[in-house]
Design a binder for this molecule. Sequence first.
Ligand code: FAD
Length: 478
Amino acid sequence: MDVTVVGSGPNGLVAAYVCALAGLRVRVVESDEELGGGARSHSDLETGFVHDKCSSVHPTAAASPIFNAMRLEQDIKYVYPRASYAHVLDEGRAALAYRSLRDTTAEMSGDARRWRQTFDAGSGFGDSVVRASFLTPPLGPVGIPDKLRLALGAAARAAQPFRTIEADALWTGLRAHAPGAPRSIASALVAVSLGTLAHQKGWPFISGGSAQLTDALVKRLTELSVTFALGHTITDFRELSSRAVIYCGSPRGYVQAAGAQMPAKSRKRFERFRYGPSVVKIDATLDGAIPWTDKRLREAGTVHLGGTGPQIVASEQGVAQGQDSEEPFVLVTQASNFDPWRAPLGKGVFYAYAHVSSSAKPVEVSDRIAGLLESHAPGFRSLVRRWRITEPRQLAHQNLNYVDGDICTGEISLRQLVGRPVVAFNPWRGPVSGTYLGSAGTFPGPGTHGMAGWHAARTCLSDLFDRQMTLDLIEELQ
Ligand SMILES: Cc1cc2nc3c(=O)[nH]c(=O)nc-3n(C[C@H](O)[C@H](O)[C@H](O)COP(=O)(O)OP(=O)(O)OC[C@H]3O[C@@H](n4cnc5c(N)ncnc54)[C@H](O)[C@@H]3O)c2cc1C
């Protein structure tokens, strides 16, 4: 065997594909009994209803340079809601960020110009964001103009916030995608990236559920004779006989598997890597669409709740300090409003999660989520058929990469954006010879995009097998 890929999330499957396409013999080892990591869907609440287990909304997949080079859209279909995301304010009043920048700013009174300046995907800024977010590692000379553009955009907006309650809530909701640190520069970088993608491409669902992405990747791997070993957890690299290991588990798992082979200095640096807060996730089956007071919300794929910008900041800071708010930041997705394959006609699936501290009581959080929904969508409770709570410890148990329930596989801070998992010009080359790192715990970080797997595979091919892979070549080989 030439390469063992550990972990079968989107990053692991991409890494395996790139190595197999280069002509190597590749094996994927996965601790779960099922492939896909965060990109899985099940019909386990009720027959005919499809729930995304983790990843559901896919701006990073649609923008991913490797997925696009692989022409994945031949096998999966993205479904784009008219509004990428929305934010619910008091009494059901909402603000919406449509795919169209023009439609979005048309509904903004005082902040239209600022919004355009911040998220102007069309002016070449969108391409800069994609390159800086996915392609060029934060350190090093490559892509400096793109990185600067993104950093300056984020810094400018962080220093001079939006003026209206609506735009500020939309912006703060975006920042909350970096959990627990709503005022940090890291959260502003995340917000500018995600907010720009919302207008450049949109925030789509994958028709039929995110497992379709895994199925499409696995099909390609099978055609290239990649083999799979399920139900096996790698805890020691010495048990692997292949020439290279691409480790798509967490940085903590890497340290464990490296054991005594890891130089003490590197171990210390890896042990400084921190994990962030967790979530309580709810899945439900519904007797219809969510009856939002503001009817425009039916057009939004993702809906954020949690009050005004300052209220979100307070609750997110509370989570970081171990105190859960009565009104947490909640992210709701409504895939069945756009994708007929998610639920029987006239029915719906509900997916939501709230950021929580390690001391949160999941049942209380679940009640708060239901209460918030009822107040902004009266009649919501009566539509619920089945309701399931997934607690942080269950998330951690279901996927080793969600250390302590952290769905980002590592805190999103400036230090951990620049150095993920550690500060290095090439963060994908592991400190143990012949090993590479390719999970969400490595740059570019969380999200379904496969880019950490791409970078790790490319580095491995060049280091050990003298093969140079480029995105253009991948595209040509399709
Ligand atoms: C509730 C939730 C909601 C999310 N929502 C979104 C979303 O809407 N959009 C989005 O883009 N992202 C979302 N994410 C994040 C996204 O799922 C992840 O960032 C993404 O899946 C990371 O891909 P990965 O390949 O690095 O790891 P994962 O997909 O997490 O897969 C890692 C795999 O490696 C296996 N593994 C780990 N260690 C070992 C080992 N030692 N031996 C063998 N196998 C091992 C694990 O079992 C797992 O299958 C969400 C995550 C969660 C949990």
